[in-house]
Design a protein around this ligand. Structure first.
Ligand code: NAP
Length: 241
């Protein structure tokens, strides 16, 4: 497969791991000032919509695309589906599985960030927001709540008026998450169903804290989806078979 030119849409742990196992061109959106760079060739920045991506696939002579973006990066996933359909370039989606509740969890599943914001006042007053800085505007108008928001880069307005920002990048442990929840007297946690490390969910369960879980956006139809780096490597191998 190494003779093929593979575009890997990245920005995730899985993307970095895959780039360490096979030659790819990793693509990052360029959102963070000091991104964790994957091994191998890297390009940074948007393509310019579907048309821009079509142009890139052609000019860079890409033979296959693996979309390993975050489960909530819905625009990039939709653009990849459209551009690959237009060019006939094979596309695979690599998505880590979402979370499932276990006994002791007090989850409230919601379909969107605005739905999470609407539910919050009925659940608690001191909110730990772990949905990322681009999500914070959805919580700007929530009445009666104080927010602790954690992100890699500082958020920008609009933001809730009663807000403390915690700049941090994982990995986190159940112990470190427990300490964040207790030291800030958090009584409700908000998260996207990102999958992967569930340390904050473990800590919330141990403390009996309710969790608002925002469901993933739907995937485009008709595209193979795998849950692991190993399965993505198998797909690449089978393309050459
Ligand atoms: P998005 O809403 O789906 O994408 C918005 C635009 O950003 C896309 O249309 C594309 O611009 C550009 N873009 C996104 N991912 C790209 C990539 N890997 N390479 C080149 N351009 C990319 O995505 P997002 O939610 O802003 O996420 C941006 C990046 O951060 C993604 O790579 C994702 O994996 C990562 N990330 C996102 C989250 C999250 O919660 N959303 C969490 C952790 C990491 P053009 O239209 O100009 O091509």
């Amino acid at each position: 497969m190494s003779s093929r030119r593979v575009l890997l849409l990245s920005g995730t742990t899985e993307g970095r791991r895959l780039a360490g196992r096979t030659p790819v061109i990793s693509s990052l959106a360029g959102r963070t000032r000091s991104p964790l760079l994957p091994p191998g060739e890297v390009r940074i920045g948007g393509f310019g919509g579907v048309e821009g991506l079509i142009g890139y696939l052609r000019s860079a002579r890409i033979d296959a695309v693996i979309d390993a973006t975050h489960p909530f990066a819905a625009a990039m996933t939709s653009h990849a589906a459209a551009a690959c359909a237009a060019t006939g370039v094979p596309l695979l989606i690599l998505r880590r599985p979402g979370w499932t509740p276990v006994p002791g969890d007090r989850w409230h599943r919601v379909p969107s960030l605005p739905a999470a914001a609407a539910l919050l006042p009925s659940l608690g007053e001191r909110v730990f927001l772990t949905t990322g800085r681009q999500s914070i505007a959805a919580f700007a108008g929530v009445p009666g709540c104080w927010f602790l928001s954690r992100s890699v880069e500082p958020p920008e307005p609009p933001m809730p008026s009663r807000l403390e920002v915690l700049l941090d990048r994982g990995p986190f442990t159940p112990e470190s998450e427990h300490a964040v929840l207790t030291s800030h007297a958090i009584d409700v946690l908000v998260t996207k169903d990102s999958g992967g490390s569930a340390a904050k969910l473990d800590a919330a369960r141990a403390l009996g804290i309710p969790v608002v879980v925002v469901d993933r956006p739907p995937l485009p139809g008709g595209i193979p989806v795998v849950p692991s780096v190993d399965a993505a490597l198998t797909w690449l191998d089978e393309l050459t078979a």
